[in-house]
Unconditional design. Structure first.
Length: 244
């Protein structure tokens, strides 16, 4: 067995006399006997088990949420992340365990994140005027997000240069599977030759907004693991470029 890994691959390997388990937490690897190599991607586990006749059989399964939680809480991993328990021997191994832990947090805990703000020219009324659409995209980069209605919302704000931000669109959401995407969109007329839009265009911000009590509602499945990626801003100057 020779896993071929990359810098963005996180793998846990467990080897015993009768079984080999390769658990992929991020990226992908190629594992198994040379006669029957298998591609294993996150979040999957490849098990090579020896049966009663001495033959090895390979099996590929997906990691359940309980599997991911169990690994994330594993003592041997957490020990490497506790500074009071570091020793010279285990400190040398810290980087790989840190990667394991980072990958597991990403795999287990929800992480809705603002990914993009896109501008589209829907129609023209003249060379420098028309109807445009502003779309904000949010993707869950982590584990399943499960909540109650009314506790979370994606908001789109428009901010004139030197003026106050105004909420122009919003999109409620409740549950987000890993990798699932939701969008908030806003349409408006645009005149690229006007001072208010062409010379001094507004900016747009997409924000993920949560109920103030969501962190103490007793539901860990709606606790956003990374609040730093919940806001994105883009200048409306990009809209003017659509009219070129």
């Amino acid at each position: 067995m020779a896993p071929a890994t990359t810098a963005t691959t996180w793998v846990l390997v467990d080897v015993s006399e009768a079984i080999v388990e390769v658990t992929v937490l991020g990226g992908a690897v190629t594992v198994g006997p040379e006669r029957d190599p298998r591609s294993v991607a996150a979040l999957q586990r490849y098990t090579l088990r020896r049966d009663a006749s001495g033959r090895y059989q390979g099996q590929l399964t997906s990691l359940s949420e309980s599997d991911r939680l169990a690994i994330a809480k594993a003592t041997e991993i957490n020990a490497f992340l506790n500074p009071s328990r570091w020793t010279p021997e285990i400190a040398a191994q810290l980087p790989q365990y840190q990667l394991y832990q980072d990958a597991l947090v990403a795999a287990v805990l929800p992480d809705p994140a603002v990914q993009a703000i896109d501008f589209t020219l829907l129609s023209r009324t003249s060379q420098f005027a028309g109807r445009v659409q502003i779309v904000g995209t949010v993707t869950n980069l982590g584990g399943p997000f499960t909540s109650r209605a009314g506790q979370q919302q994606v908001q789109l704000y428009e901010t004139p240069l030197g003026g106050r931000s105004q909420l122009v669109a919003s999109q409620d959401f409740q549950n987000l599977a890993p990798g699932e995407t939701i969008r908030v969109n806003y349409q408006r007329d645009w005149k690229a030759s006007s001072p208010a839009e062409g010379e001094f265009p507004p900016s747009y911000q997409v924000v993920i907004s949560y109920d103030p009590d969501i962190a103490i509602d007793g539901n860990s499945h709606n606790d956003d693991s990374n609040l730093q990626n919940n806001r994105l801003e883009r200048s409306g100057a990009g809209i003017n470029g659509l009219f070129n």
